[in-house]
Design a protein around this ligand. Structure first.
Ligand code: FDA
Length: 392
């Protein structure tokens, strides 16, 4: 069987690429080894798919080449995807910070993409494993469970390593290496962090406790959002975001109450309620169980009148710059994304085509472009898929 474009991977990027190429009149086939298309889309956003972010800019992405994503993102914006969503009558809402979610279900996004594929004449084959890929005179020869396919263009949209149970494999990286591409080291991103030894013991029984607002910092990067203590460490949006910048050994700091000057507040409290114990006073600012733990392990809990002003100012300073000694991450099992991947220096930033092998394209998460939490990763999948689909 012969096609103009074969896309491997029926996820966000692959389906968008197939739609775009199909709409140009190309004969397009998409193959995926999973039994369903768009499994990550279905799981995303707690089942409501945070499908884009209105504030998307190249600054919301990590890559060894921060300029790479600019061209594709500029040519397919959140508004382009919103137009598609609106055309299909899918209702959506902005949750916070530009994050757009479906009102009903992520199923509607997958349905929309598959309907667009059908309308553009694209064939989508699931439960179809790819066993071999070779360069041929006319393009590529791909051996699949459905038989061999001859394709003029080959698009690799197999995503990253996160959540193997949803079909993730390292296939795209292996294929990139097979064709001489460099693959930058991969690691789990947007992932809970784990603690060990005494650092874990001190927080373990706080599991389930949440801080609505905290600020997590690593070096010059910081994120202000919620934080959650877990049985094994820390999670919540602030931690997931900073996890993409954190590597073993890095100094992770938390501001436990970034919206108040804790030192000033404690000094004022000393004047107002001198007999109250520090743990009870702190319990008005922080979750009570956390305040109690802080006073069991790190600070003496005694009546406020017994603290000197400088001591209270120092406690405030520490709580704004609280060290969390993380030992690792929860890994690909729970990570939302994979950092690193196919080196962008060997790809065209406007078309995603390989500079080494004409007709070969890499799109979506398999490429070394990783977005923050909040709809940015799907926007990269749509934009890079569209860029390749315009030319493949
Ligand atoms: P994606 O992973 O979507 O698709 C790759 C496809 O390739 C899969 O269908 C897979 O089965 C297939 N494949 C893999 N190996 C293969 C092989 N050897 N042969 C054939 N097929 C193969 N992002 C966001 O912006 N908003 C959100 O709300 C969320 N939420 C979210 C929740 C969860 C639980 C996860 C794990 C991730 C998110 N993300 C997210 C991230 C987002 O899902 C992710 O970045 C995109 O799906 C990446 O799109 P791709 O098309 O590149 O890969």
């Amino acid at each position: 069987m012969k096609v103009d474009v074969l896309v491997i991977g029926a996820g966000a990027a692959g389906l968008m690429c197939a739609i775009t190429a199909g709409q140009r009149g190309k004969r397009v086939r998409v193959v995926d080894h999973a039994n369903k298309a768009g499994k990550k889309i279905l799981m995303s956003g707690g089942g409501r798919c945070n499908f884009t972010n209105l504030g998307t800019t190249p600054a919301n992405f990590l890559s060894a080449n921060p300029h790479f994503a600019k061209s594709a993102l500029a040519r397919y914006t959140p508004w382009d995807f919103i137009a598609l969503v609106e055309k299909r009558g899918i209702r959506y809402h902005e949750k916070e910070l530009g994050q757009l979610f479906c009102d009903e279900s992520s199923k509607l996004i997958v349905r929309m993409l598959l309907d667009e594929c059908a309308a553009a004449g694209v064939e989508v084959r699931t439960s179809c494993a790819v066993t071999q890929v070779a360069k041929s005179e006319e393009g590529f020869l791909i051996e699949t469970a459905d038989g061999p396919i001859q394709a003029t263009s080959l698009v690799i949209a197999t995503g990253g390593l996160s959540i193997p149970s949803l079909g993730a494999t390292g296939f795209g990286y292996e294929l990139a290496r097979q064709f001489g591409h460099r693959v930058l080291p991969t690691r789990a991103g947007l992932v809970p962090l784990t603690l060990s030894g005494k650092h874990q013991e001190r927080y373990q029984d706080l599991a389930g406790l949440a801080l609505p607002v905290s600020e997590a910092r690593v070096g010059k990067h910081s994120f202000r959002a919620g934080l959650l203590f877990t049985h094994r460490g820390v999670s919540g949006p602030a931690i997931l975001q900073i996890s993409s910048y954190w590597q073993a050994g890095d100094d992770l700091r938390l501001d436990l109450s970034p919206e108040a000057d804790i030192g000033d507040w404690l000094v004022a409290q000393r004047g107002e309620r001198p007999a109250a114990e520090l743990k009870n006073v702190l319990g008005d600012l922080l979750p009570k169980r956390l305040a109690q733990r802080l006073c069991e392990v790190w600070f003496p809990s005694k009546p406020m009148r017994q603290f000197r002003e400088a001591e209270l100012v120092d406690i405030g300073r520490q709580l704004h710059d609280w060290p969390i000694v993380a030992s690792g991450t929860e890994g690909y099992r729970t990570a939302e994304v994979t950092l690193g991947g196919v080196d962008t220096n060997e790809l065209s930033s406007s078309t995603m085509e390989s500079k080494r092998v004409p007709g070969l394209y890499f799109i979506g998460e398999v490429v070394d472009v990783t977005g923050w939490l909040g709809g940015y990763n799907f926007q990269w999948a749509w934009a890079s898929g569209h860029a390749a689909g315009e030319v493949a």
